[in-house]
Design a protein around this ligand. Structure first.
Ligand code: ZN
Length: 191
């Protein structure tokens, strides 16, 4: 992906509990970090982010994003992540309303809007998530204009454009790049 020109590497961590699938864990991240200088953006789709946050930071994460739905006290997790010395992000599943994240906008570096149900790759983009992106961007405008809004799920040249128009500034692409004959030109297209 470095060769394809990505700005950061987005890594989906699934625990088989918060989402039905299981993906990679701490040792794989640590070995990726050794092989690459890229910014490691780690998306924790796990039930207990507090328990594993420090292990992922030690393994090389530069940004830890957890799910709002997974925790009772998001502010405590945000503090914990910042105390570990990395950036903090908060993610919303498709069914979670934009306003649920509003209380935390000043505290986080990034809000991740899931544009598919988390847990599986290759799903179709949910276009009804576009108003959610706009409403978070609108809320952030006055309060914290530097907030990053990231989208994850079903992103390609066409859906990426819609998300950027709605206010997203970080696009996560999986199948679109990995399935492309020429990942470099697929990436240029997204830009
Ligand atoms: Zn992700």
């Amino acid at each position: 992906m470095e060769l394809a020109g990505a700005d950061m590497l987005h890594i989906d961590v699934m625990d088989g509990h918060f989402v039905p699938n299981i993906s990679l864990g701490v040792p794989v991240l640590a070995s990726l970090d050794k092989k690459s200088d890229m910014f490691m953006d780690v998306h924790l789709m796990i039930s207990d982010p507090a328990k594993y946050a420090s292990a992922f930071v030690k393994a090389g994460a530069d940004l830890l994003t957890f799910h709002l739905e997974a925790v009772d006290k998001p502010d405590e997790i945000i503090d914990l992540i910042h105390r570990l010395g990395v950036k903090a992000g908060i993610s919303l599943k498709p069914a979670t309303a934009a306003k649920e994240v509003f209380p935390y906008l000043e505290q986080v570096d990034l809000v991740l809007v899931m544009t598919v149900e988390p847990g599986f790759g290759g799903q179709r983009f949910m276009s009804d998530m576009l108003p959610k992106i706009s409403s978070i961007r609108k809320e952030a405008e006055a309060r914290c204009p530097s907030l990053h809004i990231q989208v994850d799920g079903g992103i390609n040249a066409e859906t990426g454009k819609l998300c950027a128009a709605a206010g997203a500034d970080i696009l996560v692409a999986g199948s679109h790049l990995f399935g492309a004959d020429d990942p470099h030109s697929a990436m240029e297209c997204l830009r």
